[in-house]
Write a protein that binds this ligand. Structure first.
Ligand SMILES: NC(=O)c1ccc[n+]([C@@H]2O[C@H](COP(=O)([O-])OP(=O)(O)OC[C@H]3O[C@@H](n4cnc5c(N)ncnc54)[C@H](OP(=O)(O)O)[C@@H]3O)[C@@H](O)[C@H]2O)c1
Length: 337
């Protein structure tokens, strides 16, 4: 099969090669890949800044995969050939509290991912594709959508009428806008671009803050909520901005600490957090049970993922370069028709 493999860190070392098509072992399925979507972690892995010591040489990167079951391993009863499936990122986290070793079972690094013509998934871990979505659309769900859902719903217990602040207009953030809007919440979104803010408004965001022209966006969010602050923040930036998120959150509100676009460490003003009694919750995408529940919701609401561009398999490098420049929503790579 043709596969992209990461022979060393750096985008120059991501190479399109021929590799043997894998055989599914007991409890495994072979998936013919239709499409994958990129997440920020895929770039961070290539750059060697995402758990570099855990990444094997010649890794096939990228978790988010949509495809069709092509072969069943011994003992598989959950699937039949031709079923449409999605990868589940924390492939062993099926429900309940996470185990300490969940990160060892992440697909797309350290385990092989889907940027190839075929991929092996564990039968008990794979997830059915929502019927109303194409494989290109559905390939955007496994990390970005589930992270937004897990933050807002599984941990955040978002209620209609509550207010959510979403940072930026990347993949996780736009799913957060769509899901929170569909749940009847008020959504405040920040972005560096007025044009992107307008597009976020079309997806349901009601309050828009340009964080370039309004660097004190947290104070603006307080103003917009009558001085109280928002019920939830989807924090994708962290770094120095984490204290601003505490400021933007109402007393005893909820901050989902999702991303590290602004840095992997964050100075914290302890007294502000203590007085506000806000909860900062680390987020690690989510478990399979929540993925199934989210897909039901997405089907019921008819949500359509926001795709910025679809690249061909041969143009995977261009897709990574686009991710580095920033996108509005998701970047997809079509692997097969
Ligand atoms: N913990 C988890 O489970 C989990 C899951 C998924 C992703 N993540 C992390 O979450 C972060 C976002 O991931 P993604 O895939 O959604 O990224 P992405 O699609 O690459 O989104 C990047 C967007 O973030 C916005 N941004 C950048 N710097 C910002 C800042 N200082 N303030 C506000 N917005 C800013 C920009 O939006 P504008 O262009 O509108 O300014 C940019 O387009 C990454 O750090 C990623 O690794 C974590």
């Amino acid at each position: 099969m043709r596969a992209w493999q990461l022979e060393d860190f750096g985008l120059d070392n991501l190479r399109l090669v021929e590799r043997p098509t894998p055989k599914p072992g007991p409890g495994e399925i072979l998936v013919k890949v239709s499409a994958v979507s990129l997440n920020y972690r895929d770039k961070a892995i290539v750059d060697g800044v995402y758990n570099p010591e855990k990444m094997p040489q010649n890794l096939i990167p990228v978790n988010d995969t949509a495809g069709v079951v092509a072969e069943l391993g011994p003992g598989v009863t959950e699937w039949k050939i031709g079923d449409r499936v999605l990868s589940h990122f924390y492939s062993h986290w099926l429900d309940g509290a996470p185990a300490r070793d969940e990160p060892d079972w992440q697909l797309g690094g350290p385990l092989h991912g889907g940027l190839a013509e075929y991929m092996i998934l564990e039968a008990k871990s794979a997830v059915p594709t929502p019927a109303h979505l194409t494989d290109e659309q559905a390939s955007t769900l496994p990390i970005a959508a589930l992270t937004a859902w897990f933050s807002l719903v599984e941990y955040g217990k978002l209620q209609p009428g509550q207010t959510v602040l979403v940072q930026g207009t990347g993949g996780v953030s736009l799913f957060a806008v769509q899901i929170a809007t569909a749940l009847g919440a008020r959504v405040i979104v920040t972005s560096s671009s007025d044009e992107k803010l307008k597009k976020a408004a079309a997806l349901g965001a009601s309050d828009l803050i340009n964080y370039r022209t309004t660097p004190d966006w947290a104070e603006k969010a307080r103003e917009l909520t009558g001085g109280e602050g928002v019920d939830q923040v989807i924090e994708v930036v962290a770094g120095d901005g984490l204290n601003q998120s505490v400021h933007a959150t109402k007393a005893a509100g909820h901050i989902s600490l999702v991303g590290f676009l602004g840095g992997q460490t964050a100075p914290l003003d302890v007294m502000s957090l203590l007085y506000s009694q806000a909860a900062i919750r680390g987020i690690a995408v989510g478990h399979r049970r929540a993925f199934l529940e989210m897909n039901e919701f997405i089907e019921k609401e008819g949500l359509q993922p926001v795709i910025d561009v679809v690249y061909s398999f041969e143009d995977a490098i261009k897709a990574y370069e686009h991710l580095a420049r920033g996108a509005f929503g998701k970047i997809v790579i079509r692997v097969a028709d």
